[in-house]
Ligand binder design. Structure first.
Ligand code: NAI
Length: 478
């Protein structure tokens, strides 16, 4: 292990083995793994805390608000059916936000602790690659230059803007502003029926807002399995969401009282207007490479603004690597983390690898949505013969006892080999249930392997077993 010093005031002569730019889930994990492997490691981060978008203004604060708003909603709508009466139910939004802030602080402080524990230097400031092997860090106290054998770009992504709409983070907000609204809006329009739109739309709908989702395509969650999209649209509709599909917002005018949106059919046609109090723009994210100096060192960017890499995370410049949202693939924290581990291992001369066939995706609505592998639409498009096994949570004893019977498990298996090709779940704790199926896919399991595995009773996981049985046409409970 190379002796390192944890300090933010090292001189400009510092020579590292690895300098990671960006301390989100991709970058901080890459730094920890590199340090574990005995490499002298630094991580450049310009934000006031570590953890990037995920910990500060993404996954973690949104999950805190989703949990709090879920409890509020439960107290309002489902406690009575369990024989629990509450008097005047009141929302203390400031306390809810304070809880969210504490959850974020505990998590970002946790990463800082891990940096200290692994002797990783946090170089505070914005990183710029001035030459292969040289990183300039522009911080509050001036610039410093460090040299390094390897550079890992892990700068993540930023909100994709919508033409004609200016995000002010007050009335027209991105996910960042939507995590900190000072009051529950009476009306909220979400532009984009993807993951952020449905999760943050759910938070404010549960707290009392009338939520309208304007989606360009003719379905919500367009990248997920079609059956999942349909079912979630029905469920969220029952929760009070209104959907305007096949529509785009072309203009927004903000005045003292409200925002007036112009909405047009995606295929063209007569515009209509829609008044609202708050607009959330959630039409996707794009790679963030601003100010990195990539062009000057010859790092190639593809036509979608992503840093181009080979199959081993190496950019067009030897010694400069890239991982996470800034490269090809789903913009997911856990994908970035796995790439962080893999790139550090490759730099250390090991054979790091990520299996892109088995990356789960979870939407933290109520009920949750989780998937791994291919959708029915993808299998059909590639002409792969498959069998589908479905099981509804209405037939699962634990789901009935929990009072959460919405949703289903669907397992898609190869028609000839029975190998699991994809799994789609809508239901309570779907995000936890999917782990079993990700593991099954990692091990190349067949549906029969899952069907012959003992699942505890009474648990929601029995619906997974039953869906696997359904692939072979032999469910027990339906
Ligand atoms: P997204 O890609 O999930 O959804 C964007 C939606 O906006 C799509 O349905 C798209 O068809 C629609 N759209 C695009 N342009 C439009 C327009 N002009 N008008 C109306 N609709 C339009 O992107 P989102 O929700 O912004 O999330 C960004 C990234 O963050 C995604 O990659 C997502 O996977 C990730 N994320 C993941 C979470 C999770 O894993 N639970 C939570 C939140 C975000």
């Amino acid at each position: 292990m190379v002796e390192t010093q944890n300090s933010e005031t090292q001189n400009s002569e510092t020579q590292y083995d690895v300098v990671v730019i960006g301390a989100g889930p991709g970058g901080y994990v890459a730094a920890i793994r590199a340090a574990q492997l005995g490499l002298k490691t630094a991580c450049v981060e310009k934000g006031p805390t570590l953890g990037g978008t995920c910990l500060n203004i993404g996954c973690i604060p949104s999950k805190a608000l989703l949990t709090s708003s879920e409890k509020f909603d439960e107290a309002r709508h489902s406690f009575a059916s369990h024989g629990i009466r509450v008097g005047n139910l009141e929302l203390d939004l400031a306390a809810m936000m304070a809880n969210k802030a504490k959850v974020v602080k505990d998590n970002t402080a946790g990463v800082e602790y891990l940096f200290k524990k692994n002797k990783i230097d946090w170089l505070r400031g914005a990183g710029r690659i001035s030459a292969p092997g040289t990183v300039v860090v522009d911080g509050a106290e001036g610039s410093r230059t460090v040299t390094t054998r390897h550079i890992v770009i892990a700068t993540g992504s930023e909100v994709t803007p919508v033409p004609g709409i200016t995000i002010d983070e007050q009335r027209i907000v991105s996910s960042t502003g939507a995590l900190s609204l000072p009051a529950v809006p009476r009306r909220l329009v979400v532009i984009g029926g993807g993951v952020i739109g449905l999760e943050l739309g759910s938070v404010w709908a549960r707290l009392g807002a009338q939520v309208t989702v304007v989606e360009y395509l003719d379905r919500i969650l367009p990248l997920m399995d079609g059956e999942v999209s349909k079912q979630m649209q029905r469920i969220l509709g029952r929760q009070g969401f209104t959907f305007k599909l096949g529509s785009k917002v072309t203009a927004a005018v903000t005045d003292a009282d409200q925002v007036t949106l112009t909405i047009e059919p995606a295929k063209g046609g007569n515009p209509e207007t829609l008044e609202t109090d708050i607009v959330l723009v959630a039409v996707g994210r794009r790679p963030y490479t601003q100010g990195l100096g990539l062009e000057s060192v010859g790092v190639v960017i593809d036509n979608r603004g992503r840093v181009e890499i080979n199959g081993h995370f190496m950019t067009s410049v030897p010694g400069i690597w890239a991982i996470g949202d800034v490269v090809i693939g789903p913009m997911l924290a856990h994908k970035a983390e796995d790439e962080g581990v893999a790139v550090a291992e490759l730099i250390a001369g090991q054979s790091g690898h990520v299996n892109y066939e088995a990356i789960p995706g979870v939407v933290y609505t109520w009920p949750e949505v989780a998937q791994v592998g291919q959708t029915e639409e993808q299998l059909k498009a590639s002409g792969i013969a498959y069998k589908a096994g479905r099981f509804p949570f209405t037939a699962n004893g634990r789901a009935r006892a929990l009072g959460v019977t919405e949703g289903f498990v669907k397992i898609l298996a190869d028609a000839t080999t029975d190998r699991v090709l994809g799994v789609h779940i809508v239901g309570a704790n779907a995000g936890e249930l999917i782990a079993e199926l990700v593991l099954a896919m990692e091990f190349g399991a067949s549906a029969e392997d899952i069907a012959r595995t003992c699942h505890a009773h009474p648990t929601l996981s029995e619906a997974v077993k039953e869906a696997a049985l359904a692939v072979g046409g032999r469910t027990i409970h339906i």
